[in-house]
Design a binder for this molecule. Structure first.
Ligand code: ATP
Length: 672
């Protein structure tokens, strides 16, 4: 028998359970199954022997016809439980004839084969349609006929009285099968549609879920977009606010610029007014002096008597007849000799002729200068009108110019000493500028900064510029403007341009000295060099290393101060008070060195020659020396009429307060 068959696999614990399951799953309507093993076959075998067959017979779906066979013989038939009588008729025919194999009708063969195929309910619609396409014509049209015809062909000789009824029964059976097939087909289709529907439902559900997700994402994006919109709005608001602020600031800048311009104009007006006032002030002083000389002739001669006047002979003697070995040096205004005058070591400066100045004018000016006393100013002791010479205290430690050049193999000045010197000279200049009337030195330079035995620096040559008018000394003027030693580098450029000497001129010179103390560089281009070094933060490369390890920050600060002092425009130069304070703050350490120096040494001219104490109320006696008032009064009351210093007879017993010295002592005491 040739049957086209497919294999169907199912995994169950028992074979019989698998068969029952397959019958149920595929809705199998006809099944041929072994009733017992072949060796159990006998003609009398009429019941199922196999346990599996027995199980299937009991448990299989009731709609399934089962033929239990053994060794090709039908042993038992389990019919359709709904209509057992009909089922039992036809299949035995088929199965009995099937023993011969070829006798079985072809359409039944294919039919059974067809129904044994795996009709999985899960198969897709196309397969189901294909099945129905193939089944429908087979079962309804051709196969019905063929079945009937075959039946007649198979059984041509069965012509008995039951023939018609059997045929009829068979036709009915076939018809019923057909209907059942149709119903089955419809059921399969319904199942397929049902699964399709379920599939579509699930797809729809998935799509709905996806749609919900997308909607959620869109909502999220909408929220984000709204957030961005809000931020954008804020940024735009900020931008507007900033733009309006910018507008306000620009307005403010314009207003400030206008104010600045008017302030500068005002400043220029004030400067002009100040210059005029200064000129008026100077005229007034000259007038006062003239009045003093002409009206108070007596008083003037009295005052002159207070100020030591040395004779020609005395000067000759002191200088050993101007022995060149006693000459200290020579400046623009004459030679300087050292000497001993009235038991004092002195420096005598020989000045050129009086020019347009009368001897009286000269005397007056010198006398005024002699009253200006400060610990850091070289004291003017007296003068010699015959020789037109000035007598100063002698300072044995030379000048700053020589010390910076290490003349005579002297050691280089340490940075602390340099800052001390700067502070001392600064305070001397402050003292001069705050004097009434204001005194301008006009010739501040290292050769005029001298050191006493205790290395206290003192500014010399005070008043020389006013004593010898520059325009009356063409040789000097030419030297100033074409100075081979480069000393004009210390001079204020505005003074060189206009001939106007102001306190700011001293500030400029002081600035140059500061730069020189810091760097010890050649004077030409020193300002530019320091400026460039500061701009490039390279000041350390410019500092004079022979001075030791400069504290870099303080040195930088000092360099900035110095550059401010050297500003071309006078108005931009700082006040020396500011410079002094800044130096004091920066160099606290060196300031303490200054204090310790002062503690060790008390300036000799602060000490009363009688009491040997620092004076509180210094008074000048007729011999020109200053004493503590109490001491000199006691001396005179004691019946003396001679000088305690020179032993010469005093011209009178009047005492004049030395306010300048008193102020200097007070200043010195304040700084201790
Ligand atoms: N009181 C003094 N004690 C010791 N040396 C002095 C004294 N006064 C001046 N000198 C020294 O005498 C020298 C000449 O000084 P002087 O003031 O005449 O000229 P200068 O300072 O070199 O130049 P300028 O004429 O421009 O001032 C200088 O080396 C100076 O240091």
């Amino acid at each position: 028998m040739q049957v086209q068959a497919n294999e169907v696999w199912i995994e169950m614990q028992k074979v019989e359970e698998g068969i029952v399951e397959l019958i149920a799953r595929h809705n199998i309507r006809w099944l041929v199954m072994g009733a017992a093993a072949d060796e159990y076959y006998s003609e009398r075998l009429a019941e199922i022997k196999s346990r599996k067959a027995f199980f299937v017979c009991n448990k299989a779906a009731s709609c399934c016809h089962i033929w239990f066979v053994c060794k090709g013989h039908l042993i038992y038939t389990r019919g359709d439980r709904e209509d057992e009588s009909e089922i039992e008729i036809a299949p035995p025919l088929l199965l009995t004839s099937s023993a011969s194999g070829a006798d079985q009708p072809e359409h039944l063969k294919s039919e059974s084969t067809h129904w044994l195929r795996n009709l999985d309910a899960e198969e897709d619609t196309s397969e189901l349609e294909e099945i129905s396409r193939r089944l429908t014509p087979l079962l309804i049209d051709e196969e019905d006929k063929a079945a009937c015809e075959s039946y007649h062909l198979v059984e041509p000789n069965i012509v008995d009285t039951n023939k018609n009824s059997k045929e009829k029964g068979y036709e009915e059976t076939v018809k019923r099968w057909k209907e059942e097939d149709n119903a089955m087909e419809a059921k399969c289709k319904a199942k397929a549609f049902e699964s399709l529907c379920t599939k579509e439902m699930s797809q729809r559900k998935e799509m709905e879920e996806a749609l919900a997700r997308v909607r959620q994402e869109i909502d999220g994006m909408k929220d984000e977009r709204n957030g961005f919109k809000g931020q954008l709005q804020m940024a735009q608001d900020n931008k507007l606010a900033l733009e309006s602020q910018l507008g306000d600031s620009q307005c403010m800048v314009e207003q400030l610029e206008e104010k600045l311009l008017s302030a500068v104009e005002l400043l220029i007006t004030f400067k002009d007014r100040r210059d005029k006032l200064q000129i008026e002030h100077r005229d007034a002083i000259t007038k006062v002096k003239w009045l003093r000389t002409s009206i108070k002739g007596e008083a003037a001669s009295f005052c002159r008597a207070e100020f030591p006047v040395f004779s020609f002979m005395e000067i000759n003697e002191a200088t050993h007849n101007f022995d060149p070995s006693w000459k200290i040096g020579e400046g623009r205004y004459g030679s300087v000799y050292k000497g001993i005058l009235r038991h004092m070591h002195v420096a005598i400066k020989m000045l050129p002729s009086y020019g347009s100045k009368t001897q009286l004018d000269f005397q007056d000016e010198v006398e005024v200068l002699s009253r200006v006393r400060h610990p850091n100013l070289v004291t003017l002791i007296g003068n010699c009108p015959e020789y037109r010479s000035l007598v100063y205290e002698y300072l044995r430690n030379g000048c700053l110019e020589d010390r910076l050049a290490c003349k005579g193999n002297t050691p280089p000045l340490p940075w602390k000493v340099r800052t001390c010197i700067a502070t001392e000279i600064c305070s001397a200049l402050i003292f001069l500028h705050s004097n009434i009337p204001c005194l301008v030195h006009g010739n501040v330079k290292p050769s005029n900064i001298l050191f006493d035995a205790n290395f206290v620096s003192k500014l010399g040559d005070l008043g020389i510029v006013s004593l010898i008018p520059q325009n009356e000394n063409p040789a000097n003027f030419a030297r100033i403007h074409n100075d081979p030693n480069g000393t004009d580098v210390y001079l204020d450029p505005e003074y060189l341009e206009t001939g106007n000497l102001t306190p700011e001129s001293d500030v400029y010179s002081f600035g140059i000295i500061l730069l020189q103390l810091l760097t010890a560089r050649p004077l030409l281009g020193i300002v530019k060099d320091v400026k460039t070094a500061l701009e490039n933060d390279k000041i350390d490369a410019l500092l004079d290393i022979s001075a030791g390890d400069w504290p870099l920050e303080q040195a930088k600060e000092l360099a900035y101060l110095a550059l401010r002092c050297c500003e071309k425009n006078r108005l931009n130069r700082p006040d020396l008070w500011v410079v002094h304070e800044a130096m004091g703050a920066s160099f606290a350490a060196s300031a303490s060195c200054l204090i310790s120096k002062k503690l060790i040494r008390t300036p000799s001219h602060f000490v009363c020659p009688i009491f040997q104490e620092v004076m509180k109320d210094p008074h000048i006696a007729a011999d020109g020396f200053t004493y503590e008032e109490e001491a000199i009064r006691g001396w005179l009351k004691g019946g003396h009429n001679t000088s305690p210093m020179t032993n010469l007879k005093l011209e009178h017993c009047n005492l004049v307060p030395n306010y300048a010295l008193q102020y200097a002592i007070q200043q010195w005491q304040l700084e201790l």
